[in-house]
Design a protein around this ligand. Structure first.
Ligand code: HEM
Length: 302
């Protein structure tokens, strides 16, 4: 069995090592397990001659035999080593499919948007935005087109699994209707929906009937993005152009985290029925979801 240096360090609670010096970057370690079997651990390169092995490999116990001054060393295992967990093939899969979707989504953020982000920035950081009431109203109107559409889709449930997502508490359509009424009462003219909203709604309707994994990807990103970055953006915009007015769009009845957790569990259950190919197809849709939602976000500064 060949271990990497990192894995060797993970094994140290069951290995015993004494101080030794290294003259070569290639070290062969023979570890005895249960007094019978010898396991060969090979460390190739990467080992710097800094300090002793006992400082490199912390919290060791028992005894060992070190061939000081040569490139080899014998380590006696005090007890048998615990097996190393195999690497996950799909990041997040151990925690369920939503974690896989989240992993892909987080990478599509830019660094300034979220620390896990990896994408090159294609819009100014939110801190530099100069929002206008007109732009924000366009954003809200077109979001209403999307949430109306989403809520119709789950109500109609072209696929039985969509019915699980009725009345989750994450719905935003009624809240947006109230906000638009408030803007009207303040004398603002409510714009007509624009292409950013209508073209996305059309795509969502089509996908919901022809491609459930792709539709579920949009569903996840739309509702979860709004509860995360979307909420943070909304708060900033409202502070800067509406004297900190708290819009209904950014308020949820009950405990938002509990609502999100319940929806996550349902999404995980739905995805359990999918093949790996369907799961991958769903993950691949994330990019398109970012493209359409990004266009909606840009309306705020239009
Ligand atoms: C200016 C644009 C955006 C900003 C500033 C932003 C920021 C953030 C932040 C701060 C988080 C939370 C990170 C964490 O949990 O540690 C987050 C999560 C997330 N964002 Fe964004 N985001 C933006 C755009 C988007 C877009 C366009 C989408 C896709 C439609 C999206 C999808 C998500 C998802 C799915 C999560 C995970 C939510 C969760 O774990 O519950 N974000 N975003």
């Amino acid at each position: 069995m060949v271990f990497s240096l990192g894995e060797l360090v993970q094994q140290t609670s069951s290995l015993a090592v004494s101080a030794f010096s290294l003259r070569s970057s290639r070290v062969l370690i023979a570890a005895e397990s249960g007094g019978q079997n010898f396991t060969s651990l090979s460390l190739n390169g990467g080992l710097k001659r800094s300090g002793s092995a006992s400082s490199l490999i912390a919290s060791t116990k028992g005894t060992s035999k070190a061939n000081v001054g040569s490139a080899s060393l014998v380590v006696r295992a005090a007890e048998s080593a615990t097996p190393v967990k195999p690497k996950q093939k799909y990041p997040g899969e151990n925690k369920g499919f939503v974690e896989e979707m989240r992993f892909v989504a987080m990478k599509l953020h830019t660094k300034d948007q979220a620390k896990e982000g990896e994408k090159k920035a294609d819009m100014a950081p939110v801190a530099k935005w100069e929002p206008t009431v007109e732009g924000f109203l366009k954003f809200l109107v077109n979001n209403k087109v999307i949430y109306d559409c989403m809520e119709e889709i789950v109500e109609k449930a072209a696929y039985a699994s969509y019915a699980k997502f009725r009345n989750t508490g994450l719905e935003r359509s009624a809240a947006l209707a109230k906000d638009l009424e408030w803007f009207k009462s303040q004398g603002h003219e409510i714009p007509e929906p624009a292409e950013e909203g209508t073209s996305y709604a059309e795509l969502l309707r089509n996908l919901s009937e022809t491609d459930p994994p792709a539709f579920i990807c949009h569903f996840y990103n739309i509702y979860f993005a709004h509860s995360a970055g979307g909420r943070m953006i909304g708060r900033k915009v409202c502070e800067s152009i509406l004297d900190g007015k708290e819009l209904e769009f950014y308020k949820w009845e009950g405990d938002l985290q509990a609502l999100l957790t319940a929806v996550k569990e349902k999404l995980n259950l739905v995805a359990e029925e999918w093949t790996r190919e369907e799961k991958n197809h769903c993950l691949e849709e994330t990019e398109l979801s970012f493209k359409y939602s990004g266009k909606l976000l840009r309306l705020i500064i239009s």
